[in-house]
Design a protein around this ligand. Structure first.
Ligand SMILES: C[S@@+](CC[C@H](N)C(=O)[O-])C[C@H]1O[C@@H](n2cnc3c(N)ncnc32)[C@H](O)[C@@H]1O
Length: 395
């Protein structure tokens, strides 16, 4: 039986995306260089006082933007993002890792219990944490497929001390020439398969006629070669740029106000730095500073610029700190920061549509290749945001 519900979700999501995609596709550099999108919702959010903007964004009080079109859209997004939830009971389990990992393992225990005792391939299984858990709690015979040899070596060392029978297979799963050995494998699981790894996993499983596939994707911004619009029900006219894809990997839940403020400070510093580079040096290119430590953002903006220049732009002369502080407070920079705060807040609602679209498209692609499919909310999105699993069983 085709999953009509997923087909309808895909079609409706495509319809909405066609209207609002420009709002999530806009690059920060386009805004900095003066060609920003003007939209009534951005203007509306910029008019909110600061406390209300924090409530709108961090506490997801979306009705603070009181526009009928917006309210209807958020209702639609909530409706589209509703999937069947996995049922769990209270039970003592030997989980490990941080809070997120422990939660994921516990949920997967219930989700995968109907397959206990089966042989499983864990795609991108890293050091074998999930594999060890499935072996111990669900008596599964697990093979980890992993491309990173260092992780395999570490995992082998660790698990051999624990008397584990988990096997490790060093391989790079790809869509055409996979070295994965899937003989006798009944179930394939892929937890947080980034970018194209998810679709490469599907193709490998289809080729090897794997009975059951469980997949949770992540890092959609790493999708290369436009590897979406796979289903016949997809809208081939939809094209996601990297910006749109990255909007799908955010958390779409409430966050503590303290976290919001920290995140906002990072955003303001980074974007003001790029704005300064553009204004003072006509430099308009994105420079990733993602590995920066938290303490970097405890500096004044003047110090921050000096540190960034000495790290990433040694050819640029270090400016006078006072002038940089004045630049930060300038009318144009203040306007840009307010614009970005509003724009990012909107993206944290709209990005969900991109994720729903990709998930439904992937699931229906499997259906069209001989599987019965569903999407199930396995994790609590507040703990593990990439919470929806595609489940496909060979017909
Ligand atoms: C985001 S991590 C997830 C690890 C683990 N499944 C988890 O959830 O904690 C993705 C893992 O997949 C591995 N990986 C990515 N692409 C792969 C490929 N094409 N073939 C095999 N392994 C891959 C990476 O090396 C990494 O260990």
């Amino acid at each position: 039986m085709p999953n009509v519900n997923l087909q309808n979700k895909l079609k409706k999501t495509a319809h909405i995306l066609n209207k609002y995609l420009p709002l999530i596709s806009q690059s920060d550099l386009a805004v900095i260089s003066g060609s920003e999108i003007n939209h009534k919702w951005i203007t509306g959010l910029m008019k909110l006082d600061r406390d209300d903007l924090v409530r709108f964004d961090a506490q997801r009080e979306h009705t603070l933007l009181n526009d009928p079109e917006w309210l209807e859209l958020v209702d639609d997004i909530e409706d589209l993002s509703r999937f069947r939830k996995v049922e769990v009971n209270e039970i003592e389990l030997k989980t490990f890792g941080n809070v997120k990992k422990q939660h994921e393992l516990k949920q997967l225990y219930f989700f995968m219990s109907e397959d206990s005792g089966k042989s499983v391939a864990d795609f991108g299984g890293g050091v074998g944490n999930l594999a060890y858990f499935l072996e111990g709690e669900l008596e599964m015979k697990v093979t980890v497929l992993e491309k990173d040899l260092a992780l395999i070596d570490k995992g082998k060392k660790k698990l051999s001390k624990m008397n584990s029978q988990v096997l490790f297979n060093h391989c790079h799963v790809c869509s055409n020439s996979s070295t994965a050995n899937l003989e006798n494998i009944e179930v394939a699981v892929g937890l947080h398969t980034c970018g194209n790894f998810a679709t490469d996993m599907f193709r490998t499983c289809m080729e090897n006629k794997i009975q059951k596939i469980i997949n949770l994707g992540c890092c959609y911004s790493k999708i290369k070669d436009d590897d979406y619009n796979l289903s016949v029900h997809s809208d081939k006219s939809i094209s996601f740029n990297e910006r749109a894809l990255s909007s799908a990997i955010q958390s779409f839940n409430k966050v503590p106000v303290e976290f919001y403020k920290y995140r906002e400070r990072i955003m303001k510093f980074k974007l003001s730095f790029h704005h300064w580079l553009f204004s003072e040096h006509s430099h308009l290119a994105f420079c990733s500073m993602s590995n920066a430590r938290k303490s970097l953002y405890e500096n004044s903006f003047g110090d921050y610029v000096q540190i960034c220049l000495s790290k990433f732009f040694t050819e640029i002369m270090v400016p006078d700190k006072k002038n940089v502080e004045l630049f930060y407070q300038s009318e144009r920079n203040t306007y840009l920061n307010e614009y970005f705060s509003a724009f990012y807040a909107l993206r944290r609602y709209l990005g969900k549509l991109v994720e729903i679209y990709i998930l439904c498209d992937r699931a229906l692609f499997l259906e069209e290749n001989g599987y019965s499919v569903d999407i199930v909310e396995v994790f609590n999105p507040a703990i593990s945001p990439r919470c929806n699993a595609i489940v496909a069983t060979k017909i």
